[in-house]
Design a protein around this ligand. Structure first.
Ligand SMILES: [Zn+2]
Length: 90
């Protein structure tokens, strides 16, 4: 059960219903596609695994700000892209 997918599927269905009611020529053609697609998204959310929290770097490392590689905390520059790391000196 992935609740984010359930909510986004419901919003897509709502948008499709709005397109159906308002009847703008080009948008109307997509209204039923949106309703069906939103239903598929909401239905798939029941079978999708629950999402985990944000990705955190391993102990003693940080993510490079430029290329997202793992950099040891004491390194001033990223070994992969040589990007200067932000060091906390307060
Ligand atoms: Zn880097």
């Amino acid at each position: 059960m992935r609740s984010q997918l359930m909510v986004s599927g419901a919003l897509v269905m709502l948008l499709g219903a709005a397109f159906y009611i308002i009847q703008i020529p080009l948008a109307f053609a997509w209204s039923l596609v949106f309703v069906v697609g939103g239903a598929v998204m909401a239905g798939a959310s029941l079978f999708a695994a629950e999402s985990t929290g944000p990705v955190t770097p391993p102990e003693g490392y940080r993510f490079c700000r430029f290329c997202s590689a793992t950099v040891p905390l004491q390194e001033a520059r990223c070994p992969k892209c040589n990007g200067l790391q932000l060091t906390e000196r307060t």
